[in-house]
Design a protein around this ligand. Structure first.
Ligand code: AMO
Length: 442
């Protein structure tokens, strides 16, 4: 018999379901189990007298064991789970679970038992495969899938091509800082910090519009709720733009498409499980120049920073920028432009005043994107690389611009940051498997 997804079980038919045992209550005359698959949960009800052959297995069953159950799906109004129960005629234990190594949820005290605290996130990551089985975590990955898929579709609709650039590279990329070095046979290689150079190579290669969703490595010893040493980047690059503002417009449209798809498919579930409202943002997003933002934050919140820090966004300015954007624009996003050239990558195009033609995007107080128009004129680009002392390291990259290259721009968006902000979680909770300075397992 074919397997039926639990969400598709309707009363009246003979079905086979498979999943994890969520709970098992083995009484004298009756046994009740709840079995969950990725689509939902179903109550299995066993009248022991009628099915003595099932009693041994039910007695052995532990929570989180994996079972295959076949039987009659039957309507029963008193069943909380959708008014349906499965009356089994066979039950097979596929895998018996040992007592779980973690507590995924706080269990309140009862008369007989004292409360059980929820395991810490690090303990839960140690047994992440057990932790992933919660409804919240499964929802998280369904939401992330819908979000990325909607953005991907929006790009495909606009003639974008998906690329898969190498992550093993011969010279330290971008800034030269924060790269992991790896042994590559008898020489050194590095892990890509961004697909930046390769998405630009695609522009020189005439692909015109490309995107990549893939791993990004950062050798940063940061222990915050938003940093990880390996994350998933959603990167794109497109040709024949007039300005970085074209890049901002595209990013707004993508985020709107992504959040709108998430809200339609999962808005209610997210509210229920995470207590967060999915807001589909209005376009255009509010935009402010960095200098004006610092001035506004000083006037509004009395926030001041040393002049030496004013060329870049501080973490606190990101947080307050969100407050400011909410207050003045009723908006959760904020584009910040006009950073100082010494704080931005050498490949950002600069205007006559030397101002980088790019932006950061802040959502709910955290930077989620850097974007820019790139410098595509070989001589100017070379001079900018030399200005940062990088000309030797990036010689192979500079060659991309010697044989014809359209004006272009793009952005890099952190998928893990997007997911964590969407659901109101720290980054460790929002990743399939977190990687940090102290974590390389499981
Ligand atoms: P940037 O370095 O700003 O830009 O990275 C782009 C986005 O990636 C995410 N991000 C991170 N997420 C988790 N942990 C980290 N340690 C981390 N570092 C960055 C953020 C960030 O906004 N090449 C440029 C992009 C471009 O101009 O196209 C770049 O890599 O969401």
């Amino acid at each position: 018999m074919d397997r039926t997804w639990i969400a598709d079980v309707i009363a009246g038919g003979q079905v086979k379901v498979q999943g994890f045992v969520e709970t098992v209550r083995d009484g004298k005359a009756m046994a009740f189990m709840v079995v969950r698959d990725i689509t939902g949960a179903l109550q299995i009800t066993v009248e022991k007298e009628r099915h003595p052959e099932l009693c041994d297995d039910i007695g052995r069953l532990t929570p989180d064991s994996v079972v295959t159950v076949t039987g009659q799906a039957t309507a029963n109004e008193s069943v909380r789970l959708g008014g349906i129960e499965l009356i089994p005629d066979s039950l097979r234990i596929e895998s018996l679970a040992e007592p779980l190594p973690i507590s995924r949820k706080e269990i309140p005290a009862t008369k007989k038992k004292s409360a059980v605290e929820r395991s810490s996130i690090d303990q839960r990551i140690d047994a992440r495969w057990v932790d992933l089985r919660t409804e919240e975590n499964q929802l998280l990955f369904q939401v992330q899938t819908a979000l990325v898929q909607a953005m991907r579709t929006a790009l495909l609709d606009r003639h974008f091509i998906e690329i898969h650039s190498p992550k093993l590279i011969g010279t330290a990329s971008e800034s030269g800082a924060d790269v992991f070095e790896v042994k590559y046979f008898d020489r050194k290689a590095y892990l890509a910090q961004s697909p930046q150079f390769y998405k630009q190579m695609a522009m020189a290669g005439g692909l015109e519009r490309v995107f990549e969703v893939g791993p990004v490595f950062r050798a940063e010893k940061s222990y915050t709720s938003r940093h990880t040493t390996e994350f998933t980047g959603f990167d794109l690059e497109f040709s024949f733009i007039d300005s970085y503002r074209d890049v901002m417009r595209l990013e707004e449209e993508l985020l709107r498409a992504g959040l709108s798809a998430v809200r339609t498919a999962y808005g209610d579930a997210i509210r229920e499980r995470f207590g967060v409202e999915v807001i589909v943002p209005e376009t255009p997003f509010p935009t402010i120049a960095l200098g004006d933002l610092y001035q506004a934050l000083e006037e509004e919140f009395g926030y001041t920073v040393d002049a030496s820090e004013k060329g870049d966004l501080t973490t606190e300015a990101e947080r307050l920028g969100f407050e400011w954007s909410k207050k003045h624009h009723g908006h959760e996003f904020l584009f910040v432009t006009d950073f100082s050239a010494d704080k931005r990558a050498f490949y950002h195009m600069r205007d006559e005043q030397g101002v980088p033609q790019g932006y950061d995007l802040i959502w709910r107080g955290v930077e989620i994107t850097t974007g820019a128009q790139r410098e595509h004129r070989y001589e100017v680009l070379k001079a900018q690389a030399e200005g940062k002392g990088l000309a030797d390291d990036v010689r192979f990259y500079l060659d991309f611009f010697r044989y014809g290259c359209p004006p272009h721009g793009g952005f890099g968006l952190g998928v893990d940051r997007l997911t964590m902000l969407l659901l109101g979680l720290p980054i460790k909770e929002a990743m399939f498997l977190f990687r940090g300075p102290n974590r390389l397992t499981p």
